[in-house]
Design a binder for this molecule. Sequence first.
Ligand code: FES
Ligand SMILES: [Fe+2]
Length: 369
Amino acid sequence: MGDSAPVLPSEVSTAAAGDDAAGAPAAPRGLWYLAMPGTRLKRGTAVHRTLLDEPVLIGRDNAGAVFAMRDICPHRAMPLSAGRFDGETVTCAYHGWQFGTDGVCRNIPSLVEEYRKTIRLDRIGTRSYPCREAQHLIWVYMGDDREAADQDLPAPPEIPARGRPGIAETLDLECHFDDAVIGLIDPAHGAYVHRNWWWRSSKTLTEKAKRYAPSELGFTMVRHAPSANSRIIRMLRGEKTVEISFRLPGVRVEHMTLGDRHTYVGVTAMTPVSEYRTAMHHVMYWSHPLMTLAKPIAIPVTRNFLNQDRTAMNRQREGRRKSDAAMLLPDADTPAKWYMALKKELAAARAEGRDFRNPVPETVLRWRS
Ligand code: FES
Ligand SMILES: [Fe+2]
C-alpha cells in the first residue's frame, strides 16, 4: 500500500482503513460481536462462523440456550462443525471425541477401561466463548477476560412488544472491517449508492444539520424528525421521530417512533470475518401491523438496499488493493473520524488500565445529502 501523500487543506485529515499504527487494531478484542440472528439457529443445531479470523462453532441446545466454542477439535484439529450435534453433545467427525456445550470433553471412545481411570477428560477441551442471546440476536464475546464479558453486555435495542425481528438478513462483504463500519455511519452516500425511484435521487440533495452527543462506546444522532427527502418516510402517516446510535465495535441502531403507538427498530452490525471479509447483519423490528402486511414487498426492497451497500463496498475493495486513500472532510466524514478516535481511546484506556473517556463532543454536524 502507500500513495504518495496528497496535498491537503488544513481542515482535511486522513485515517487509513486498518491503520494499526494509530495504536488500535482494526477490530478491537474484548467486545461483544453480533455473530448471527437467533432466528437462523434452530434448537439442536450448530453452525460454523469465522469471527475475527477465529473459527467458532455456534449452537443452540435442546433447551434453547446458545453456546459458542472454538471450532477445532483439540485431538487433531478437525473442525467440530464437520461432526454431529445432538442438542447436548458435539461429536467430532474424525475419532468421535465428544464435547459438552461448554467445550469440555465428555467421552473418548477409543480409550479402554484402564485408561479411562487415569486420563482426566475435564482437563481436555476446546475453548468456549461467552455467548448470549438478546432480542433474538446472538452475541459472542471475543476476548480473553471472562469477567469483562459479564460486565460489558451489548446494549440490546429497545424493541416493540412482539420482540421477534420481522426481517433478518446477513450479507458477506469483501471489504476491510474499517471500510465496512465507516460505510455504515457515512451520511453522504445515500443519493449515489441507493439511487432508487422509491427512495431518492442525487437531484434532491439538501443541507442537513444534526445534533450529536456522546453515548456508550460511541455516539448518537439525537432524536429528531426524520428527513423528508425519502419517499418511503413521506408515505407513513403520523408524527415521526428518529434516533440513530452507533457503538463499538460496529453496531448501528435506528430507533423510530411512528405516531404515539408504534416503533420501528433497525439494527445493523458489522462483524469482521477475516482481514478483507466482513459480515453485515441487518435486523428489523416493528410494531405497526401495516408494516407486517407490507413485508412481502419490504423483504426484496431491503435486500436490494443492502446489496447496493455490498456492491459499493466490494468495489471499494478493488480500489483498496492499490490505495489506502482515506480523506476525512468536514462534516460528512466526522462520524468516521469519531470512529477512529473511539477505537484509539479504547485501546489507550485498556493499555493504561483506566476508564474509557469518550472523545466525541456534543455538537451539530452539517452536510449536504
Ligand atoms: S480429531 Fe477430533 S476426535 Fe480426533
Ligand atoms: Fe448505505
